[in-house]
Every structure is written in C-alpha cells, then in structure tokens.
Design a protein around this ligand. Structure first.
Ligand code: NAP
Length: 182
C-alpha cells in the first residue's frame, strides 16, 4: 500500500490528510494534540489506515524514532507533505533522512510561508537530494480591493492541486504585489 506522511496534518492540512486516505494511502500524521487528531479521525471511514505520530517535531530523537516505527509497521513512505514552523529547523531533515533510508522513490512537498525565499530554502535542503522535491508557497487573496490570508480550506485545496499537478513550485493565491499583503 502507498504510505504518506503529513507533517502538521491536523491543522490547515487536515483536508489533505483526508484526501490522501480517500486516494488509498496509508497516512501517518505528525502532530501533538490528541484531541485534534481524534477530531480528524472522526472525519474518515478509513481509521485503520491512519497512524497518528504524537510527537513534538523539535525533539529530533523522538521524531526519528516515531518515523522509523511507522515505516516498520506500515511500510516505506513514498510521499511527504510538510508544514513545519521555523522554530524546528532540523525537523524536515530528520524526517527526510529517515524516510529516504527506506525508499528510493520519495516525493516531498514542502509547504512554505509567503515570505520564504524559495531558492535559498531549496539550496539549504541538501537532504532532499534523494527525493523529488516540490515547493508549495502560501500566498494571500485580494478580492474587492480587500486583502486577506488564505483560509485552511483554500490551503488544503491548493496543496491537493500541487499533489495532482506536481509543479516544482506552486503558489496558492498570490504574493504580488507584496505590499498589498494583509
Ligand atoms: N500565507 C498564508 O495565507 C498563511 C501562512 C501561514 C499560516 N496561515 C494561517 O495561519 C494559521 C495558523 O498556522 P499554523 O501553523 O498554526 O497552522 P496549522 O496547520 O493550523 O497548525 C500547525 C500544524 O502543525 C502541528 N504542529 C505545530 N507545531 C508542532 C510541533 N512542535 N510538533 C509537532 N506538530 C506540530 C499542529 O499540530 P499540534 O497542534 O497538535 O501540534 C498542526 O497540525 C493557519 O491555519 C493558516 O490559515 C496562512
């Protein structure tokens, strides 16, 4: 069975987690709050295909161990979708290295905030050399001369579109003109 890992899969990527389950993936989800995880589980009839990894991704040892365990139990991971806060600069590397050690065929979708420098982020992510690396940038929306950040629904829909289209870089919403951001 295909196995996906969604980092931050209970928040704005919750609909992505559900969509992947519907597509036939076994889905492992990294988050800390068990209440939000159970709320997500209530939304799917594929509960047996969802593996919660309750871990603070700033704790590298525990993170690596939990990813290792889900690979052992549910098979190699072929897809990672990751939204990771800047306060955990090592988390993606820890995850990608553990996953890459068990598969030769990994796709990694890195979800990034509007102000991130994409080429710098890609250059620094040397650990992605063993995977196909995609970037999904979160933008904002200008409608009726009013500007706002994306909703969770818009973010998940845009990430699902990125997963389908496999663009190297996809921007959800817009980032220009930057001075019009909310
Ligand atoms: N450009 C834009 O439009 C833009 C950009 C960024 C954010 N936003 C908005 O801002 C809102 C808030 O952002 P958010 O980052 O709080 O998004 P979120 O996706 O709602 O929550 C973060 C996700 O990451 C997990 N997480 C956070 N810290 C973690 C840690 N240390 N270890 C493990 N898992 C962790 C959370 O689970 P736990 O809570 O269980 O740990 C949750 O699943 C979003 O809902 C989005 O709408 C908009």
């Amino acid at each position: 069975m295909k196995h996906a890992l969604v980092v931050g899969g209970t928040g704005m990527l919750a609909d992505v987690s559900i969509w992947l389950l519907d597509q036939g993936y076994h889905v492992s989800i990294i988050a800390r709050n068990s209440v939000r995880l159970h709320q997500l589980m209530e939304r799917t009839s594929f509960k047996n295909k969802l593996t919660p990894l309750l871990v603070d991704y700033r704790n590298s040892d525990e993170l690596q161990q939990q990813v290792h365990t889900t690979i052992e139990q549910n098979g190699e991971i072929n897809l990672i979708v990751a939204w990771i806060h800047a306060k955990a600069p090592d988390a993606l590397e820890v995850i990608a290295k553990e996953v890459s050690a068990h598969t030769a065929d990994l796709e990694l979708f890195h979800v990034l905030g509007s102000s991130k420098d994409l080429s710098k982020t890609k250059q620094e992510a040397t650990f992605t050399k063993d995977s196909t690396y995609y970037q999904v940038r979160l933008g904002f929306v200008i409608k009726n001369n009013y500007s706002r950040w994306l909703t969770n629904k818009e973010i998940s829909s845009g990430v699902i579109e990125a997963l389908k289209q496999k663009d190297t870089i996809r921007t959800i919403g817009q980032i220009e003109p930057w001075e019009r951001r909310p």
